[in-house]
Each structure stands twice: as structure tokens, then as C-alpha cells.
Design a protein around this ligand. Structure first.
Ligand code: AMP
Length: 114
């Protein structure tokens, strides 16, 4: 995916503040954080959204979420609580078409979301 900004981060073509990396998963701080901790957790493999990723490789989605729970623990979010968000499509306000899990924490988040 040549034009995908997150693929470029995976390929180290553009920089990111990486907090976790393994063979399949990358996590980096959001460039426009909405909370004191705001990390994006992605699979290195490109899938455009959650449904596409589940169809292609549901196990990878599960492993990405498993990594996310470890990252949440490492960042001290297990005790305080946190939120995991997947924006999908136009109504979901998805702006980057590479599946990513927002991991937000270290402030009391409102509900319902805007
Ligand atoms: P979404 O609107 O759910 O698709 O989220 C995309 C997120 O990617 C937004 O929160 C952006 O701030 C974030 N973002 C876009 N470009 C970068 C980048 N180069 N590095 C880190 N985060 C980014």
C-alpha cells in the first residue's frame, strides 16, 4: 500500500514515536493526542478496516488486541482504566484507511462520544 501513511510508518519511511513493536504489530503515539496517553495499535499488514481484517485474518486481529492489552499494562492503564476505539467508515470518522486501534487513557473520558 504505497500511499498508506501507516504503511509508511511500518516501513520506517516516515518517523513515529514507537512504543511497541513485534513481528506483526506496531504501536506508536498519535500525532494529535486526545488524552495524555493516546497510542495507535496496528498490524503491520495492511487491512483497511476491522471487517476487512477479520475476513482476511481474524487471528491477526486477535493477536493485535493481545498486544494492545500488554501495551495498556506497560503504560499503566490497567489500574486506571482506558478506552479502545476503532473508528470505521465515514460515520465513524475514520480518516486513515489502515485498521488501527486507538488506546486512550490517563484522563476521565466522557460518554457518549461526540
Ligand atoms: P482515525 O480518524 O480513527 O482514522 O484516526 C487516525 C489517527 O491517526 C488520528 O488520530 C491522527 O491524529 C493519527 N495520525 C495521522 N497521521 C499520523 C502520524 N503520522 N503519526 C501518528 N499519528 C497519526
Amino acid at each position: 500500500m504505497q500511499e498508506c501513511i501507516f504503511c509508511k510508518i511500518v516501513n520506517k519511511e516516515i518517523p513515529a514515536d514507537v512504543v511497541y513493536e513485534d513481528e506483526e504489530v506496531l504501536a506508536f503515539r498519535d500525532i494529535n493526542p486526545q488524552a495524555p496517553v493516546h497510542v495507535l495499535v496496528i498490524s503491520k499488514a495492511h487491512h483497511s478496516d476491522l471487517a476487512a481484517a477479520v475476513r482476511a485474518d481474524a487471528g491477526l486481529v486477535a493477536r493485535t488486541l493481545a498486544a494492545l492489552t500488554g501495551i495498556a499494562k506497560d503504560l499503566g492503564l490497567e489500574e486506571t482504566g482506558h478506552r479502545v476505539v476503532v473508528n470505521t467508515g465515514e460515520d465513524g470518522y475514520q480518516t486513515v484507511q489502515h485498521l488501527h486501534f486507538h488506546l486512550l487513557g490517563k484522563r476521565r473520558l466522557a460518554w457518549p462520544p461526540g
